[in-house]
Design a protein around this ligand. Structure first.
Ligand code: NDP
Length: 332
């Protein structure tokens, strides 16, 4: 079996030499444990933060150990009578071919209801992040104009569609490059799209949302947050979900220099971590399953093959190679 270790803490953008693919022996499951062959592993922006030795809401990865992350796999040996061989399980020991999981460290998922990888995307943490942001953190109300950054990515491509389902009258998305800009409108249902690399974000946003915005779902931070504050209407709400433009920063980053506008416009800006909102997951799972069944939610994925390409998948995702969720598929 093989697993990906972090062997050096990156400074700035991670490089392949910060990681190593390491051979390990396959253990036998003890009582209550299951041995899983991973079928899909997730690479996510928050993992960049865990590569730093810094205090955060999740512990740093330890050097010379397998990294962790979301994964779905198939049970190949079971020490738990309730979990048969062949069951699909969602768990947090990604970045490896096989995982030995104790009782309570996994959830059996129904792959008859949805493909296994959906639990790493629309039916899992990704879709739920979009939903929490647009319901509890910066609630979308009927008729709102909603702006989403990172709009062609995993969370962002779902956030635009969910905003619409929640009653938004106009949804504007921002992503990098002309191809993503096209897909925002043609595939993800955005009314208008911005290619932030074309420059002049504030002017582009003013054109895309001439009457301003009520809700901003921030995946990017920096200039995007500044532009959203500039465009916000009175009582506007901003969900601070992520700031990927700053994750590789090695020094101070520019903040929005127009925060004073939040006073006069009575804006609320609120950060959140999806894991704190678990009680809402059942409600989301029901609604998302319904939207998927009705064809009202398009969940895109970009798939990279093989554990030996997992690091590349992560690095490429951080640079924008993905549309929708970046996933690594492991051979069965
Ligand atoms: P994505 O699928 O959106 O992948 C990351 C994307 O970020 C890339 O595709 C790229 O798209 C974009 N990007 C990279 N660098 C920049 C930059 N400098 N400026 C603008 N965009 C950039 O990842 P996720 O959907 O998994 O995550 C999106 C955000 O949500 C992240 O900030 C993440 O940390 C956050 N998050 C927060 C959670 C929470 O609980 N608060 C939970 C899950 C995610 P492009 O080609 O458009 O540049």
């Amino acid at each position: 079996s093989r697993e990906v270790h972090l062997v050096a803490r990156p400074s700035g953008e991670p490089v392949p030499a910060d990681f190593a693919l390491v051979e390990t022996a396959l253990p036998d499951p003890g009582p209550g444990q299951v041995l899983v062959r991973n079928d899909w592993i997730s690479v996510d922006p928050y993992m960049r933060g865990r590569m730093n030795d810094a205090e955060s809401y999740v512990a740093p990865y330890r050097l010379d150990e397998a990294m962790e992350g979301g994964a779905v796999g198939t049970v190949i040996a079971s020490g738990d009578d309730a979990v048969p061989v062949g069951a699909s399980v969602l768990h947090s020991l990604g970045w490896r071919d096989h995982a030995l999981l104790p009782a309570g460290a996994f959830r059996v998922v129904d792959t008859a209801a949805a493909p296994a990888q959906a639990y790493l995307n629309a039916l899992g943490m990704i879709g739920f992040t979009a939903y929490v942001g647009l319901t509890e953190i910066a609630p979308v109300r009927e008729g709102d104009v909603v702006f989403v950054s990172g709009a062609a990515g995993a969370v962002g491509s779902l956030a635009g569609q969910i905003a619409r389902r929640l009653g938004a009258s106009r949804v504007v998305g921002s992503a990098g490059g002309p191809e993503k800009k096209r897909r925002l409108v043609e595939e993800f249902g955005y009314d208008a799209a911005i290619d932030y690399r074309e420059g002049r974000l504030e002017e582009q946003l003013a054109l895309a949302a001439p009457d301003g915005i009520d809700v901003y779902f921030d995946n990017v931070g920096g200039d995007h947050l500044r532009a959203a504050i500039a465009a916000a209407r009175t009582h506007g709400r901003i969900a601070l979900c992520g700031a990927i433009s700053q994750y590789n920063a090695t020094g101070p980053v520019p903040g929005p220099d127009n925060l004073f506008l939040a006073v006069g416009r009575r804006l609320s800006l609120r950060g959140f971590i999806v894991g704190d909102h678990a009680p809402l997951m059942g409600e989301y799972a029901r609604r998302a399953a319904g939207w998927l069944a009705e064809g009202d939610l398009r969940a895109e994925e970009t798939v990279v093959e093989g554990i030996d390409n997992a690091v590349t998948a992560f690095l490429d995702m951080m640079r924008g190679a993905n549309t929708g969720k970046m996933l690594v598929r492991l051979p069965g």
